[in-house]
Design a protein around this ligand. Structure first.
Ligand SMILES: NC(=O)c1ccc[n+]([C@@H]2O[C@H](COP(=O)([O-])OP(=O)(O)OC[C@H]3O[C@@H](n4cnc5c(N)ncnc54)[C@H](OP(=O)(O)O)[C@@H]3O)[C@@H](O)[C@H]2O)c1
Length: 287
């Protein structure tokens, strides 16, 4: 199969490319294909004629989404909708991503694909708008995958690296690490997500629509940090901080754990976050 990948320099994009040599990939850089330029997307589609488009690009710097809502909406909703339309025109399968931030966190039960959405900030609003836009224009061609707390070998440039590597760096120069205990999440390995995405794409019984794909289990960022420090055998104190789901004025969901119920029905099971983290740390730091 021919796959056009948008976002090859990102955590998930790089993991997909590193993982798979079975398919024929075309992974242009942003200068060649900018999600915000439908002409560059059209040109890539004409040139490469992919069977599948995988879009991992998004505007997901949360404070920037608050201060630049027009830009956030343009990338996360309008551009993604335009790409979905293009996929429909070419009869191409469209895979794109969304976020746990479409939920408000006013629960303590994992959200599944049918749970009601209610985003708390511009980022989540634009992601939810993007989901609706894609599903309204190309429902027979589109799969939207919600995920959470990604960390990949290549860190997210827009967020200054990945969470795991940054905590390990912190431990090397800070007397202690302060970390939020007020948000419960599903931290997810980009490599595990990439594997699950490729399995889902090729699954004979997969349908279009929204899927959740995260590592199993749940923890606060504080608990996640403690586990990183423990696995790395570092000597630094981690101090829990309760910000009540707030970053300045911006609200974050206090509980955004996802349940992969549709993927599980297809037999796609993702390992527990503790096992995924241990694999990541062993491969990157302990070998
Ligand atoms: N990271 C998380 O914790 C998290 C949580 C929930 C959902 N998600 C979603 O999962 C998906 C993958 O996330 P990720 O962590 O792999 O993202 P990432 O590391 O930030 O990578 C984003 C990729 O998209 C590219 N990109 C950004 N804007 C673009 C544009 N206008 N045109 C073309 N390419 C563009 C970036 O290229 P440059 O190198 O040129 O910037 C980069 O290659 C995203 O939809 C993200 O929102 C992520």
């Amino acid at each position: 199969m021919k796959i056009l990948l948008i976002g090859k320099t990102g955590q998930l994009g790089a993991s997909l490319l590193n993982l798979d040599s079975e398919h024929q990939w075309y992974a242009p850089n942003r200068a060649e294909l900018d999600l915000e330029s439908i002409d560059s997307c059209r040109q890539a589609m004409r040139q490469f004629q992919p069977d599948i488009v995988i879009n991992t690009a998004a505007f997901h710097n949360l404070p920037m989404c608050e201060s630049h809502p027009g830009r956030a909406f343009a990338v996360n909703c309008k551009s993604v909708r335009d790409l979905a339309l293009l996929c429909k025109e070419h009869d191409t399968l469209f895979i794109t991503f969304s976020s746990d931030y479409v939920f408000d966190g006013a629960t303590d039960v994992p959200y599944n694909e049918y749970s009601p959405t209610s985003p708390l900030q511009m980022y989540g609003i634009t992601r939810l708008a993007g989901e609706h836009a894609v599903m309204s224009v190309a429902p027979q061609h589109s799969i939207v995958i919600r995920t959470c707390g990604l960390y990949g070998t290549i860190g997210a440039a827009s967020k200054g690296g990945n969470f795991v590597d940054n905590r390990i760096k912190d431990a090397q120069h800070l007397p202690h690490i302060e970390m939020g205990c007020d948000q419960i999440v599903s931290p997810t390995s980009a490599l595990d997500l990439a594997k699950a995405v490729l399995t889902l794409i090729q699954h004979p019984k997969r349908k279009m629509g929204i899927y959740h794909l995260v590592n199993q289990g749940e923890c606060s960022w504080y608990e996640f940090t403690c586990k990183i420090i423990e696995l790395m055998k570092l000597d630094v104190k981690v101090v829990p901080i309760d910000r009540n789901g707030l970053s300045g004025d911006m609200r974050r969901p206090k509980y955004s754990v996802l349940a992969n119920i549709k993927a599980k029905k297809l037999g796609i099971n993702m390992q527990h976050w503790q096992d995924a983290l241990s694999e990541y740390i062993t491969a990157k730091y302990l070998n």
